[in-house]
Design a protein around this ligand. Sequence first.
Ligand code: AMP
Length: 697
Amino acid sequence: FSINLIRCELLLKCSVNVFQSLSDGMWLRCGCAASLRVLASPLRVLGLRRCNTAAFMPESTGFGGVSGRSGLQEFSVSSSESFWAAVARHRLSWIRPFTAVQDCDLSRGRIRWFEGGKLNVSVNCLDRHVHTCPDRVALMWERDEKGSEVRYTYRELLEMTCRVGNLLRRHGVKKGDCVTIYMPTCPLAVASMLACARIGAAHNVVFAGFSAEALAERIRDAQSSTVITVNQGIRGGKILELKKTVDTAVQSCPTVQQVFVAMRTDSPVAMTARDIAMEEVRQQREDVVCEPAAMNSEDTLFLLYTSGSTGKPKGLVHTQAGYLLYAALTHRYVFNYHDGDVFGCVADIGWITGHSYGVYGPLANGGTTVLFESTPVYPDPGRYWDMVERLQINQFYGAPTAIRLLLKFGDEWVNKYDRSSLKTLGSVGEPINTEAWEWYYRVVGEERCPVVDTWWQTETGGICIAPRPSDPDAEIVPGMAMRPFFGIKPALMDTEGKVISGNDASGALCLAQPWPGMARTIHNDHQRFMETYCQPYPGYFFTGDGAYRSVEGYYQITGRLDDVINVSGHRIGTAEIEDAVNQCPAVAESAVIGYSHDIKGQAVFAFVVLKKNVDVEEADLSRQLNGIVSEKIAKYACPDFIQFVQRLPKTRSGKIMRRVLRKVVELDLDSLGDLSTLDDPAAVQEIIQGHRELLSK
Ligand code: AMP
């Protein structure tokens, strides 16, 4: 870390020049960073360990008297406007400077940053790097077929983006429209996202594992008239019929006028009058110059749907400047990313992690980012580490569920490959248990690489709590997200809604002041945004998570406080699954809960009450219900267990007691708690008995 600081001190001069030359209209030569890096090595011998704040963060020279990382963090919270103004001026390239840093009032759900400013996100992610380093690799596409990776330079990615931008414009896509992208993780998907940003359209990326119905619901809610997809996807060697899924979806989407279809495999697919082949982009018929739209800071950059505690997914709205700045700053400092590093985030672009750390953060920083199309076990459990060796990945960012899966295959799959390029390991999406954390640190990282357990959400836009950045050599506690990022002020709330002030305490995790990366609203439903995030603790942003603050003041996430569960790092509302299950004609009602699963983190358990006189084999019905869930939502949402019961435990007012069901499934019968409020306590005994029988089968 200290070596990197020294390197950073030297790079400072370089980056200050970059930004000065940007404003002077001059461009820095590419060789600058590389030559300074060579210069850094003699200093390494001196063993300097000084924490120079200005070297660490160039903007901090203007922060008067701030020293050390904790000093910076305090300043970023207490002088939030000065901090974010300096960072925004320094790290983004503006068409017109902003006139107000922020205009936020969390109690009213009003969140605005950098108003008056105009910029273009694709110019920030591409053009400015093309001017300085056109041949630097922007994307390394790790295709499903191992060993067939493809690299795209910044120049090539800009050209591809401009072609897609021109294609969309030529087909009538306008500023303010919303384009749905249903594609695997691939360069054309990234170019499509950036092309939307270039012409001022919002994008709505839908994870390509979602079913036709789930896709249709998101297209309708986003009111998209344009969809971009591929003929087929390929993942883990299996073909995914994405175009067919889109065909089914758009049948119930009257707004859709055109579907662009790219070819990921060689198999032709049936095309309709609505479909437009994207081959022309490849055949380079479109111009490689595409005029970027001048966007207001608060114009929508994208919608991203995520699950909440009702059956209807919510389209969180992220805007241009604040989101990009926050993604870039967290990418740079949480992972200690430096010029020339290869950043390996293995998340799919369909999730917020893929957006912020597969695409926007690394590209805003002029980085090299890996797009991972495959699975951790294809063709074998050495896939990640083989990729680390081949692509010389410096920062690896993945999900605990994959780590837990891989550790079961043994150390030899890791040790087979050279991982000496690795400098930082990241974990995202769900709690990482100590065993997985230690294996990640000890075996994968050879005890050399800090493991950063990063807590954040679709709503927060970027990482909010993580062990780094921190003072050099500051401790990292396994399985803890630990320290708030710059500008983040966590607060824990007690059951009466009061702020808990001391340490060694648990409560509802809120964020006490706005930050630029936060979602602005829920598309078409600001009322829901207010009710979910702003009203539970007026003046605070409520995250939906619980957290523990240790004696030392470190944060540890304890899990969701609502009916949202996290299966293999994918968020899903239990109400969504219940809605799907209840659509089976044989089902009277159901209750879905999450339970601990040693690989997936959490898995789905469904209790189902059948209608009277239903005469179907339970095994057949279970298959049918799983089919319905994968058709209506996605495969990952399917229950691992379905228990058919006569009735559900309910309060006298009819509320299902999910707490009791959770205890039964966790075999924690001693803490079933007070059952006297139940309408019919005998229901619980029946369920316990049925559960025993299910397990013994
Ligand atoms: P998503 O918006 O799909 O990324 O899901 C966000 C949710 O995942 C959070 O609200 C947490 O419940 C959970 N989560 C994300 N990162 C972590 C983490 N590092 N530790 C514990 N839970 C996490």
